[in-house]
Each structure stands twice: as structure tokens, then as C-alpha cells.
Design a protein around this ligand. Structure first.
Ligand code: EPU
Length: 455
């Protein structure tokens, strides 16, 4: 069995999804209502932040996804008591944080990228940390050099070992001046989670400012941190000696919202996404409208629908916030195969995030990948050998095929493609989708999708 299949099965099984394959009879519009919970890319980090508090924290709107399970497990092996209260609230009690045995931590190797964010909090609490090899979607090299360089600036000693990374802080952690070469989400979070309890002031330049990062800052401020966000991607953190637990309702999952919006467009459907908010999705909404999608915003969510007529091609460049998120392009590309004309998607955040298009081509889409930066600006990948620009020529009526999910967002796009294609498609490795989409099977049912699950 290859590791992709093993990963998928482990991810799905951990949230009760026992099916490995879905057979979809496509060609029906998705119509109905779904509710979002907290963002995968915030909730998991908020859980790590609880390690920094002297008192318990309460986190609400926690989705049932396998990334949350992984972080819960890793917190528990470090002595944090994690209790579920009601449907989607967890209590995190860090009163007895302790070092975990290497073998126990190593069991989490390859399961997620979040363990790297345990470094700062564990160094503050225990003076040492061991981080297993990281997992996450295979969408590029995904190095952690910014994280390790930042930690060294705080005074951490980094020892790379065969199975992972061991960190110590013999002289404690001290505030630092750090400039990121690229506004990395994870490295910004790393600096925040380390600086809040470091001695003195930290100045972070070139920071990422995604809404999920702002919500993490909200949480840290509730805990007692002093953090200011200046213009031009500068974040200043004054270290404090003690932080308390927090009580917080997580920001909604705007990546999931965009995924269902794209599903509505590609299937000529109509989906009300409860919990979605306009302000964190401005850039997506503009593109959605330019492609020919329609939306209605109200206080409880956003209705996304295909208003009839032809879809229009667009040129998109993925970027860090406030640009068009890289996580939005994969589902939207399926809708772009149905637009009349030539669309271009230039992926500037990850160098290999078009692997999912092979399956769309198998379904009849006309998509060509290019190494050049198409669509306007030059990016970091321009002079390198990565197929990071896609040209999509439409409109195409996708036909059914058997496809294998390669990664989280790519997998969701395969599902949408199968739902919009005439005939019966089999989508394998669907466990990977459960890493980041809560109850997606139940949501598909609620939206009238026609499919069967296979073990
Ligand atoms: N990078 C480095 N060195 C580093 C860190 C990052 O070169 O030390 C590079 C990466 O290789 C990449 C770019 O910087 O080319 C941006 O990576 P970033 O650190 O911002 O990504 P991340 O923190 O690993 C998070 C989300 C991703 C999302 C990106 C961009 C989580 C758990 N993951 O990843 O989400 O695409 O930010 O917004 O928060 C997903 O949800 O499917 C997903 C992949």
C-alpha cells in the first residue's frame, strides 16, 4: 500500500469515515444549506496556544476533522487534558504539561504540519521540545527554514536528528528582530507563539496577516499578550511573564466556504453557506462574481449560486492575504473548465499545487501547465523548473472518470468535478478530504448529491 493511501485511510478513520472510495453519479446541481465551523487553519493553532496558559482554555466551534484529532493527541501526550463539552466546544487544561517520550511523539510523524508550532510553547513550559517529521499535503517542498531561523533568533538551540528536531533553550528565550523572506503563515504563527512569553520585545517584519493569524492574535491578547500589528506587515510583541487561558469562538473556515461556493458554481447549484462572512472573503467574492457566479450576503452566511448564463474566464494570481488564497484555486479551477474562453491561474505560493489537474484532464478538461509565470507578475518560482501556471480552455462538459485524491484541496476539486460530470465517477482516497472538511459526506447528502460509499 502506498503512503498516500495509508495517510488517507488514517485521516478518514480518525473522524469515523470508514469509506475509502466514493462513487458519484454526477450531473445534478448541489442545492441546499450547510453550516461551517471554525477554520482548520486557526483551530489547530489555537489549541497549541492553550499550552502557553497557566489556566484552562475554552475553544468553541471546533470542527470534527482529523487535523484536530492529531493536535489533540499531541497535546495529550504532553499532559494537556482535552475534554469535549457539547457538540463543538473543547476545554484544554495545561496544568500538568510534561515532556513526552520520543517514541510517543514519533507516532505523530508525518501526520500534520502543526507539530512545528509546539516549539515555542514547549520551550517556555519545559525548556525542551522534540518535533517529529512533519506531514501535511504534498504540494511542494514545504521547508521549515524560516521557523528554525526564527527560533534560533530567540535563543533556541536546534539539533536536527534522524527522526525529527530536538530544541533546547539553555539561556531562555529572548525577544528578537526577525524578518521573514516571504510572508509565511506558519512562520508568523511560530514567532507569535514564541514571542508572547519571551523576555523583551520582538519585532517581526514581513509577517503574514491572514485572518486566521489575526484571530490567533485575538486569542493571545485574551490570554494577556501585548501584540500590535503595524502597517506594512510589521508585528510587534512585548513579552509577558504569564499568560492565562482563553475563551474563544474560532473564526469560520473561509477556505471551506470558498470550496462550497465553487461547488455551487461548477454544478449549476445554489448553496447557502451558514457562518460565512463577507469581510474575510472579499477577494474571493470579487473573483466569483467576475467568473459569473452570484451571491447574497446576510447576517448568518452567504448564498452562492449559478445565476444561469455562461461562465466567464478569469486571470488569477494566488497570493498571501489580502490576495487570492492558494487554497481557493483548486475548487475554482473546476468551475473554470466550464467558463467560455481562456483562464489563467498563476500559483505563486506553492510550487507544485497543480497535481490535481491531471485528473481533471482525464475527465476531459483542457488544462495545460507551464513553468513560466503567466498572467502578469513574476514570482519566486519563475526561473525554476516548476509547473506553476495553468491555462484552462473552456467550456468543457466533463465526463466521468476514476480519480485518486492527491491532497486536501485537490481532493475536494475532484469531488466537485465528479459531481458536475455526466456519468458515474469513482473518487478514491477520500479519507484525505476528512483532514479538513468536516462531515463532508453528510453535507453532500444534505445538498442532494447522488453517491455511494465503498469501504
Ligand atoms: N516556506 C518556506 N520556509 C518556511 C516556511 C514556508 O520556504 O520555513 C514557504 C513554503 O514552502 C511556501 C510558502 O512559504 O512556498 C508559504 O508557506 P506558509 O508557511 O505560508 O504555509 P503553511 O503555514 O505551511 C498554511 C496553511 C495552508 C495554506 C498556507 C498559505 C495551515 C496548517 N496550513 O500553510 O493550508 O495553504 O498557509 O495560506 O495553516 C490547506 O489548508 O489545504 C493548506 C495547505
Amino acid at each position: 500500500m502506498n503512503t498516500l493511501v495509508e495517510d488517507a485511510q488514517a485521516a478518514g478513520a480518525s473522524v469515523g469515515l470508514t469509506a475509502e472510495r466514493i462513487t458519484v453519479r454526477g450531473g445534478r446541481p448541489l442545492k441546499g444549506r450547510i453550516e461551517l465551523k471554525g477554520a482548520k487553519n486557526l483551530v489547530t493553532k489555537a489549541m497549541v496556544a492553550s499550552l502557553l496558559g497557566e489556566t484552562p482554555s475554552e475553544l468553541r466551534s471546533v470542527p470534527e476533522i482529523s487535523d484536530v484529532r492529531v493536535v489533540k493527541g499531541l497535546l495529550e501526550v504532553h499532559g494537556v487534558k482535552v475534554t469535549s463539552v457539547g457538540a463543538d466546544t473543547i476545554l484544554l487544561d495545561p496544568s500538568n504539561v510534561e515532556s513526552a517520550h520520543f517514541e510517543v511523539i514519533d507516532a505523530y510523524a508525518g501526520s500534520s504540519r502543526i507539530p512545528i508550532l509546539f516549539c515555542g510553547p514547549l520551550l517556555h513550559r519545559l525548556g525542551e521540545a522534540f518535533i517529529p517529521d512533519l506531514g501535511g499535503c504534498r504540494i511542494g517542498d514545504r521547508p521549515i527554514d524560516f521557523h528554525l531561523e526564527g527560533l534560533r533568533r530567540f535563543g533556541a538551540v536546534v539539533d536536527k536528528q534522524p527522526q525529527g528536531i530536538r530544541l533546547t533553550a539553555p539561556n531562555g528565550l529572548k525577544g528578537a528582530k526577525i524578518e521573514l523572506p516571504y510572508p509565511s503563515v506558519g512562520a508568523t504563527e511560530q514567532v507569535l507563539l514564541t514571542a508572547v512569553r519571551a523576555e523583551g520585545t520582538t519585532e517581526l517584519r514581513g509577517a503574514a496577516v491572514e485572518p486566521e493569524i489575526m484571530d490567533l492574535i485575538n486569542i493571545l491578547q485574551k490570554m494577556g499578550a501585548i501584540i500590535s500589528v503595524d502597517t506594512d506587515r510589521v508585528i510587534r510583541i512585548e513579552g509577558v511573564e504569564r499568560l492565562e487561558g482563553f475563551s474563544h469562538t474560532a473564526l469560520f473556515d473561509r477556505n471551506e466556504a470558498a470550496s462550497w461556493a465553487a461547488a455551487a458554481l461548477a454544478t449549476e447549484g445554489d448553496i447557502f453557506v451558514g457562518g460565512a462572512r463577507q469581510s474575510e472573503m472579499l477577494t474571493f467574492l470579487n473573483v466569483f462574481r467576475k467568473v459569473g457566479g452570484a451571491f447574497e450576503i446576510n447576517d448568518n452566511g452567504i448564498r452562492f449560486y449559478h445565476p444561469g448564463g455562461k461562465l466567464k474566464p478569469v486571470i488569477i494570481e494566488t497570493d498571501v492575504h489580502p490576495g487570492f488564497m492558494t487554497d481557493w484555486q483548486q475548487p475554482l479551477v473546476v468551475a473554470l473548465t466550464k467558463a467560455e474562453g481562456v483562464s489563467i491561474v498563476h500559483e505563486t505560493v506553492y510550487e507544485q499545487r497543480f497535481g490535481f489537474t491531471d485528473a481533471l484532464v482525464d475527465m476531459g478538461a483542457h488544462i495545460q501547465l507551464h513553468r513560466e509565470c503567466l498572467g502578469g507578475a513574476e514570482c519566486r518560482f519563475g526561473q525554476r523548473n516548476f509547473n506553476h501556471s495553468a491555462v484552462i480552455v473552456g467550456p468543457t462538459d466533463l465526463h466521468a472518470a476514476d480519480v485518486v485524491v492527491p491532497d486536501l484541496r485537490g481532493g475536494f476539486s475532484h469531488l466537485i468535478a465528479a459531481l458536475s460530470a455526466e456519468g458515474s465517477s469513482t473518487v478514491s482516497n477520500v479519507g484525505i478530504i476528512a483532514r479538513g472538511y468536516e462531515n463532508f459526506i453528510a453535507k453532500l447528502r444534505a445538498l442532494g448529491a447522488d453517491f455511494v460509499l465503498e469501504a
